[in-house]
Design a protein around this ligand. Structure first.
Ligand code: ADP
Ligand code: ASP
Ligand code: MG
Length: 459
């Protein structure tokens, strides 16, 4: 059995959905298929914008909702001419969405819980259409709402999955079902409150289902030929990696390769299920295989990724040397304020603690830290909490880096030659990742420079 997940571009309109139907349909002739889909391209962004606008009391949402209604009804009409129930099902979901947004605009408050409820409509709509389109082609397909399968905590916007409970429900609900079409991205708490798995979360849905069903393979169908050595939008010479390890895929995606959600690998690793990234528009291309062991890569690095819009926070002061517990207090206070730390780098002199957070939290982090470290700042044991913005993290990743001398030298020499200023560096002890901070304005140049330095000879 195979779980096939299709992303937003793959289901952007009726033509694309028809193409997805033909891929899944052909496959189901030889194997059991469980299909997972994202919302139609751009719909999740539209829903998030609508939620924000409603919170501001905007009246403009009625128009946005009608555009969404038209778009989904049009796709439905083109794919399932004879299905009278489908337009009714779509319209009733859209009416529910409209009511919800209206309610938000009245109270002018959109809690994370309500936002999750609103943003989940995209997947419900796309999957309703896909299941109906498969039935129109003679398949015994069924729409399945993942909120009945995947159980999470109530950390809205990026909930934590309870695997064992979810696996039990998945097995029970999907056993023996022919071609179920499961909504990506959405889940629910044990009490039935809607949650989401974070942006790009449909990939994660697919691997949770794959593990729950003990599938032979998980396939992520998207709009590129596979995982590239660097983001193909920025690096012309980037190439498709035929095979990478789970660990490499996790590192690349954590550091910004959005072709796959970083958590996707977790359930798959657990049950040893291979993941394949495939291009919906070029189904014959082999794509990238993500598995436990890889053999094909002889390069010293595997890929380069980057995270945009981050800020570097530097807590500095001579009086910090030997002062126990400061790092603990810094990280605990940020955790209490729900500020995620992406990367940490501390010089061994203990003179400063330096870490990276999403730029959107920069001001808040400074306030939190200045309050936490008030006494030390007053006593001048800590001189300042410095925040630098408009930066990016670039990460160089690869299992082959382990135990191989000279990689850092080559990396930073190439950046020096290109006159690119490096503001901070971190290397994980697994030795498969070297990350460094650069000015956002120099990040593309940095990525291309490093890509050239390691892969020019491979071209
Ligand atoms: P989907 O809607 O199918 O989930 P996404 O837009 O989430 O697709 O992810 C695919 C995109 O990820 C590609 O179009 C590409 O621009 C981007 N991307 C970033 N880094 C990489 C990489 N290293 N390899 C492949 N694609 C990448
Ligand atoms: N539709 C969601 C998003 O845009 C989930 C996904 O596409 O994977 O983030
Ligand atoms: Mg995606």
């Amino acid at each position: 059995m195979v779980v096939m997940k299709f992303g937003g571009t793959s289901v952007a309109d009726a033509d694309r959905i028809a193409h997805v139907i033909s891929i899944a349909s052909a496959r189901s002739a030889s194997e059991r298929v469980c299909l997972v889909s994202s919302a139609m391209k751009g719909v999740t962004d539209t829903l998030l914008e609508a939620a924000d606008a409603a919170e501001q009391g905007s009246e403009g949402n009625a128009r946005v909702v009608e555009v969404l209604r038209e778009r989904h009804l049009e796709a439905a009409a083109s794919l399932c001419q004879d299905d009278d129930d489908l337009p009714i099902a779509i319209s009733s979901r859209i009416d529910e969405l409209a009511e919800l947004l209206h309610g938000v605009s009245l109270v002018r408050e959109c809690t994370p819980r309500t936002r999750d409820l609103i943003v989940g409509f995209g997947e419900q709509l796309s999957c309703t259409i896909i299941a109906a389109a498969l039935r129109a082609q003679g398949h015994d397909s069924r729409y399945v709402d993942a909120r009945e399968l995947i159980v999470t905590d109530d950390n809205h916007g990026g909930a934590t999955v309870f695997f064992e409970q979810s696996y039990a429900q998945i097995k029970r609900a999907l056993a023996g079902t022919d071609l179920p079409v499961v909504t990506g991205f959405i889940a629910s708490t044990a009490n039935g409150v809607s949650t989401t798995l974070g942006r790009n979360g449909s990939d994660y849905t697919a691997s949770i289902l794959g593990a729950g069903l003990r599938a032979d393979a998980i396939e992520i169908w998207t709009d590129v030929d596979g995982v590239y050595s660097a983001d193909p939008r920025f690096v012309d010479s980037a190439f498709v990696l035929p095979e990478i390890s789970y660990q490499e895929a996790m590192e690349l995606s954590y550091f910004g390769a959005k072709v796959i959600h970083p958590y996707t690998m977790l359930p798959a690793v657990d049950r040893g299920i291979p993941i394949r990234i495939k291009n919906t528009l070029r189904p014959d291309v082999a794509g990238t295989l993500i598995a436990a062991h890889t053999s094909s890569n002889s390069e010293s690095i595997t890929g380069i990724a980057s995270i945009e819009s981050v800020a570097l926070v530097n807590v500095e002061g001579g009086g910090m040397v030997g002062l126990p517990g400061v790092a603990g207090r810094i990280f605990t206070s940020l955790a209490s304020a729900k500020i995620n730390i992406i990367m940490i780098s501390q010089a061994s002199s203990e003179h400063s603690i330096c870490f990276v957070i999403p730029d959107a939290y920069a001001d808040h982090a400074r306030e939190v830290l200045e309050s936490e470290l008030k006494a030390e700042l007053a006593q001048k044991r800590i001189e300042r909490v410095a925040v630098q913005r408009e930066l990016e993290i670039v990460a160089v990743i690869g299992e082959n880096m382990r135990g191989k001398p000279g990689i850092s030298g080559r990396l930073f020499y190439s950046l020096g030659e290109a006159q690119i200023n490096v503001l901070a560096i971190a290397q994980g002890s697994s030795e498969m990742n070297i990350s460094f901070m650069v000015y956002a304005s120099e990040s593309r140049h940095a990525i291309r420079t490093v890509h050239d330095a390691f892969f020019r000879s491979a071209e």
